[in-house]
Design a protein around this ligand. Structure first.
Ligand code: ADP
Ligand code: MG
Length: 207
């Protein structure tokens, strides 16, 4: 089983968007997949409740109180973390994870918070020894804007691999509302945006 932890101490940076998309991509690829929601707000589990019956099936686990076992035969475990995480919780979750996916938005406050989180991650032995790898994802990027240039400069200096950049698009709000992901949606627009995810999916497959 490959375990992917989606985390950042910044709220609203796209953790649930990334977690639901990674889980849906893995289900669409035919892998038995579990989406574990650590957030008390249960955004991932709410999305799962809205998921249509014809979409590739996912198992949801409520991890807000404790971390129950994934069913036997699970190939992918995607963990959606809340913004508010105690150091001990970060340690416990990172211990389980093969990969930490860290979404980051453009903007000074987001960069500050992300820097603090990365400093905490770097202090963990598993991260230092690369037993758990870190994949940074630039989120809500608008090409050729000052904000995007700024985020690129920030990402260039953090010492972790920036695996992909996701564009800012209304399609993510549509996906959230309908319990779907770009990997379950037909049409040209979804296909175009799926391209943004390919480097991250290849990275995960390579771990
Ligand atoms: N690439 C994107 N383009 C447009 N909207 C996005 C994108 N990523 C996330 N969002 C929206 O931003 C809001 C916060 O995202 P969410 O995934 O809930 O963040 P978090 O789980 O980190 O709090 C949601 O309304 C979501 O639909
Ligand atoms: Mg969330």
């Amino acid at each position: 089983m490959l375990t992917i932890l989606v985390a950042n101490i910044k709220g609203g940076c796209g953790k649930t968007t990334v977690a639901t998309h990674l889980a849906a991509a893995s289900a669409a690829a035919g892998l038995p997949t579990v989406l574990a929601d650590v957030d008390r707000q249960h955004s991932s589990l709410g999305w799962l409740e809205r998921r249509p019956g014809q979409a590739p099936a996912l198992v949801g686990l409520d991890w807000a109180k404790d971390f129950s076992d994934a069913p036997r035969g699970t190939k992918r475990l995607v963990i959606d973390a809340p913004a508010a995480l105690k150091t001990k919780q970060i340690e416990d979750l990172v211990k389980m994870a093969d990969i930490v996916v860290l979404p980051v938005l453009p903007g000074a406050f987001d960069e500050q918070a992300t820097q603090r989180f990365l400093t905490k991650l770097d202090e963990l032995k598993r991260i230092a020894k690369k037993k758990t790898t870190v994949a940074v994802v630039g989120n809500r990027m608008r090409a050729r804007t000052r904000a995007a240039d700024r985020l690129d400069r920030f990402l260039g200096g953090i010492g972790h691999q920036v695996v992909t950049r996701l564009r800012d698009s209304q399609i993510y709000a549509d996906a959230a509302e309908s319990g779907l992901s770009l990997f379950d949606m037909p049409g040209k627009r979804a296909a175009e945006h799926r391209g943004d995810w390919q480097p991250l999916l290849s990275y995960i497959d390579g771990v």
